[in-house]
Design a protein around this ligand. Structure first.
Ligand code: ADE
Length: 423
């Protein structure tokens, strides 16, 4: 089998392909919206001749996106968007069974990761599908001669959009970038219910601890933080939220959570989960006052939310006690870090369930089609996913779930469009 593989790749082990193929199909069962798009793409070929470099977590769900892009006629290449999130069997199957070039190995070092970013740009993409903005950043930084080849980029995460908006402010974003994360069918579901479930799933898989009765500190009450706090409470944990944005803090209070500064929460927490998108949210002063055995993990995009350099300096020794579980031994206590401070839901579990990625990746596929259809007509900058695409994805998802909803009567349509009717 493996000797006949000619497609370019750098993955762990081609012999893992049969398992990956089965798991890709399993995820596909929960992705009915993307499946419908794939069937249409196979007929219409809207991406014919388009080179796409996708920098995503290489999971069963991403594989279904890659197959959709391929069905649409795209020449798609996939790299990992995080050194620890790759599912090696999926990477193998994409190469062996579907002829899609993949450059991703779970546990790859940072140098390999960045080399793969260059491989993505060596593909000379017309479209970049980014998750975190690394390929787009590299393009703007040192491949500016390739910018003229770009039709546009699409961005999956909050963190990537923060970077794109900073690029725009600095005057270096000179092409359209579609904010997939900001689509309602993306962040209402993927960020909230996906991160909520997969983060708790990862903590349970990695540690097998009982969450009922634990004090769980959730840092950040954006869409991801809301989901994590909600699910932690659902399992019987006593949840504390920390925030820097007053309105979000207020929202957490009125959602029934305790809110306090991290320095206070640090003294009482059993499990700490960062989901802020910011750096050094848990730092030396916090770790100094944490209890013996406190567990710390991150579900934000980058591994910067926990100051691991400080923790290393505070520690006499570090031991791996279970897969994805490291015990830092300090003079007076141990602190436990999961998944090396990388996004724990993808490092120690399988990321968001397929049913939410169905909508996120439907947005990605349709955003790519939209970029191609509107080539040369879109303004440079960060642009929303068109509302009709967002609404259509919700409609298709409901339909696939067998859920019917009401529609407005002609009288109601006239009412919501008029200003003359009042008291
Ligand atoms: N981001 C979070 N979960 C994911 C998944 N399952 N696949 C791809 N990207 C993800």
């Amino acid at each position: 089998m493996t000797t006949s593989v000619t497609v370019k790749h750098e993955i762990k082990d081609l012999t893992l392909a049969p398992l990956g193929k089965k798991r890709i199909a399993w995820a596909g069962r929960e992705m009915p919206v993307l499946r419908q798009i794939r069937e249409r793409f196979a007929q219409e070929k809207p991406l014919q001749g388009i080179r796409i470099a996708a920098c995503c977590h290489v999971t069963t769900e991403t594989a279904n996106l890659a197959l959709t892009l391929q069905a649409g006629g795209a020449d798609a290449l996939l790299i990992a968007s995080n050194p620890l999130s790759t599912q090696d069997d999926v990477a193998a199957s994409l190469v062996v069974d579907y002829g899609i070039p993949v450059f991703a190995i779970k546990g790859e070092d940072n140098a390999t990761y960045h080399r793969h970013v260059e491989v993505a740009l060596d593909h000379h993409p017309h479209i970049i599908i980014d998750d975190g903005g690394d390929v787009t950043t590299a393009l703007v930084r040192h491949r500016s001669h390739q910018v003229s080849e770009i039709i546009g980029t699409t961005e999956e995460t909050t963190t990537g959009l923060v970077r794109l908006r900073a690029m725009l402010a600095a005057g270096v974003l000179t092409f359209p970038a579609i904010a997939v994360n900001d689509a309602e069918t993306k962040h209402f579901f993927d960020n909230r219910y996906g991160t909520g479930q997969s983060t708790i799933d990862a903590i349970m898989r990695a540690t097998n601890i009982l969450l009922a009765g634990k004090v769980i500190v959730v840092a950040g009450y954006g869409w991801c933080g809301k989901g994590v706090a909600l699910r932690a409470r659902g399992l019987g944990a006593n949840v504390i939220v920390t925030e820097v944005v007053p309105v979000r803090a207020l929202e957490a209070v009125m959602d029934g959570f305790r809110v306090m500064p991290m320095l206070e929460a640090a003294k009482v927490g059993d499990v700490f989960i960062t989901v802020t998108g910011n750096k050094h949210v848990i730092r030396r002063e916090h770790m100094e006052v944490m209890k013996d055995g406190a567990i710390i993990c991150n579900s934000g995009h980058f591994d910067i939310e926990i100051d691991l350099v400080a923790l290393q300096q505070m520690s006499k020794d570090v031991q791996t006690v279970r897969p994805f579980v490291q015990e830092y031994i300090l003079a007076d206590k141990s602190l436990i870090v999961l998944g090396e401070g990388r996004l724990v839901n993808l490092a120690a579990a399988e990321g968001h369930p397929a049913s939410v990625m169905d909508m996120s990746f439907a947005n990605q596929a349709l955003a790519a089609e939209y970029l191609v259809k509107n080539k040369g007509k879109l303004a440079p900058g960060v642009l929303p996913v068109p509302q009709d695409i967002d609404q259509e994805i919700a409609r298709l998802k409901l339909q696939a779930m067998g859920i019917a909803i009401d529609s407005m009567t002609p009288e109601q349509i006239a009412y919501v469009n008029s200003w003359t009717e009042g008291t």
